[in-house]
Ligand binder design. Structure first.
Ligand code: ADP
Ligand code: MG
Length: 608
């Protein structure tokens, strides 16, 4: 046993790190690369209430990063203090840590940056006659002086990692680092449309985004003007949670998640929960490997979110995770459904917007708890769906509404039914004319959607509408497949596909749903079994059944290479109008595309 004295001796090997060294270590977390410096400095400028922020970069940030703002500035005492580790004006007490309303709060950025660069801070408060300049090299203060300066703050970090050659080696090429810097500014700028952002590289202007009152204008400025027309507005508030923003329709999906921008109380975050909810909102509209474009702002009371999870502060934890998830999912799903119904101008039709208060449709759903309740009740769900229809250009009363017993006059919109049909192309696509474009409809995908929804809605009475086969069909399966089919039989029977065991691994199909009346049934059953084997029962019976429905719809649907009569085309278009999600087939592929008149004119060089 070592004596106590001995222990003390051993312990004295441990020393408190000198401040400069500890700041350098903190810099390892905060200053991952030039872009992280830009992010921290821009966040400070925003916390200071700036309306104009200018970022100057040289050589991808390796030789210089300078952020100037017109915010509140600092007194000379505060400027000195701001360089101390854990010095912050943003939180004071334990309680404050759980109600953070600023982007910064850790008091680490400035000292960390100053520890690994040749650093200069110039700042002036509006009431002060003169400003303060502080020069720091590698964490050591070189000079503090009074200086004439405009109101606001200018922070310069030059010769990044000049005193840490090992870190300097890790810097990537100018193009790569500059790419990260542009990304960082892009993310922040999308979240703060009322602030002007300017970025220069090697003295050349790279970006200049003027302040705007409307986030959609900033999105158009930052992500490209062409996407603006395709954006659907998100707006939902429930209790103290608000979700606003813009998302693209599924037809403008991307191949990566880079077009997803998420903000919680103004802070750029990466959040798996929100991202998952976003995808759920798109459910059935995207095919595998597709990502939406989305700019989503989530506002929750400051004490409902913990932002102190990560040194770079881009992860958060919600107190009411489930509520946030559901609100995001719902707001996205509703926006897409509205967009699906808003349609295009019918040829020659005059928009008639006065019938139903348009506000009732585009306004945020006031309380999603009410909707939550309605969701459980299938009848009210139907009402909710109809209620969110936009007034039709050609109005006709929907007879199905009589069934629901709703008092308020509700109108159902015709959209596909209003198209002037031009004809069929290659017996695969239906061509139609809308007011301002050429609409191409994939007849198989469209009919699949129609049948899928029909099957889903008629779940209950499909048994009644199923058709007994005159000559029952037998099917032989392998052992494993037979076991799977056995398990599926009760559910398939509910769907109108009546199958019975016939000894061993043989089965007999006795009845089929009406929509599969004249179709070959064996390939369908085999595919159902094979696909179920692929996804497994562990994915849940609902998923398995959805897949069965998808396959039934697919097998029942009009094929490509099938000639359609005018009547059949008309029927299909009208059926499409009754669908909840007419724009995608059950696998998520689009059912229609539109080529606008303008696009065509451009292709023919009629306009430039
Ligand atoms: N651009 C700025 N304008 C005004 N004050 C600033 C600015 N940048 C930093 N400060 C002040 O310096 C303090 C320390 O900044 P920082 O190290 O980034 O820590 P934090 O942002 O976490 O508080 C801030 O709390 C703020 O009071
Ligand atoms: Mg900060």
């Amino acid at each position: 046993m070592p004596s106590l004295r001995h222990q003390t001796l051993i312990m004295s090997k441990i020393k408190i790190l000198p401040e400069i060294l500890s700041n350098k270590i903190a810099a390892g977390e905060v200053v991952e690369r030039p872009a992280s410096i830009v992010k921290e400095l821009v966040e400070n400028a925003l916390d200071a209430g700036s309306s104009r922020i200018m970022v100057e970069v040289r050589k991808g940030g390796r030789s210089l990063i300078r952020v100037s703002d017109n915010g509140v500035g600092m007194s000379s005492d505060d400027a000195m203090l701001s360089l101390e580790r854990y010095a912050t004006s943003k939180i004071y007490t334990d309680g404050d840590l759980f109600a953070i309303n600023t982007l910064g709060f850790r008091g680490e950025a400035l000292p960390s940056i100053a520890a690994v660069s040749k650093f200069c801070l110039i700042t002036r408060e509006d009431t002060a006659a003169s400003g303060t300049e502080i020069i720091v090299h590698g964490g050591t203060i070189q000079k503090v002086s009074e200086i004439g300066a405009p109101q606001g703050t200018m922070v310069t970090a030059a010769h990044l990692f000049f005193n840490m050659p090992a870190r300097r080696k890790f810097l990537k090429t100018v193009t790569t680092e500059m790419g990260h810097i542009v990304d960082a500014i892009t993310k922040i700028a999308l979240g703060w449309p009322d602030v002007q952002f300017k970025l220069t590289h090697n003295e050349k202007l790279v970006k200049n985004w003027p302040a705007t009152g409307d986030s959609v204008d900033r999105i158009a400025d930052v992500l490209g003007i062409d996407i603006k027309d395709d954006l659907c507005k998100i707006k939902l508030s429930a209790d103290d949670l608000t979700i606003t923003g813009w998302i693209s329709s599924a037809r403008n999906a991307r191949k990566t998640s880079r077009g997803i921008y998420l903000y919680v109380n103004g802070r750029v975050v990466r959040d798996r929960i929100i991202q998952h909810a976003l995808f759920e909102g798109y459910s059935g509209r995207l095919v595998k490997g597709q990502f939406p474009l989305a700019v989503l702002f989530i506002h929750v009371p400051y004490d409902q979110v913990d932002v102190n999870v990560h040194p770079a502060k881009h992860e958060v934890r919600f107190a009411q995770q489930k509520n946030v998830h559901e609100a995001v999912r719902r707001s996205v799903a509703e926006a897409l459904q509205r967009a699906d119904r808003s349609g295009w101008n019918a040829p020659g039709a005059q928009p008639n917007l006065s019938t139903v208060g348009q506000s009732g449709i585009f306004e945020p759903m006031a309380d999603f708890k009410i909707l939550e309740r309605q969701r459980k009740d299938p009848l009210s769900r139907e009402i909710e769906t109809f209620a969110s229809f936009r007034p039709a250009f050609s109005l006709d009363k929907d007879p199905s509404l009589a069934r629901t017993g709703v008092q308020t006059p509700l109108w159902k919109k015709k959209r596909f039914g209003d198209l002037r049909v031009i004809g069929q192309f290659r017996d695969m696509f239906i061509l139609g004319e809308s007011g301002d474009g050429l609409i191409l409809i994939d007849q198989h995908a469209a009919h699949e959607r129609v049948l899928f929804e029909e099957l889903k809605n008629r779940f209950q009475d499909s048994r009644k509408t199923s058709q007994k086969l005159l000559i029952p069909e037998t099917i032989d399966l392998g052992y494993r497949e037979a076991k799977i089919l056995e398990r599926l039989i009760p559910n398939l029977t509910d769907l109108g596909l009546e199958i019975a065991p016939f000894g061993g691994d043989t089965f007999v199909v006795k009845a089929v749903p009406l929509l599969l009346k004249n179709k070959e049934i064996k390939p369908l059953v085999v595919e159902i079994v094979e696909k179920t084997a692929q996804i497994g029962f562990s994915s849940g019976m609902e998923t398995v059944l959805d897949q069965c429905l998808e396959l039934m719809a697919c097998h029942g649907a009009i094929r490509a290479n099938q000639k359609l009569s005018d009547k059949e085309i008309e029927k299909l278009l009208h059926q499409l109008d009754t669908c909840d999600q007419p724009s995608n087939c059950p696998h998520g592929r689009p059912t229609w595309i539109r080529i606008g008149l303008k696009e065509l004119e451009k292709m023919f060089k009629r306009i430039v």
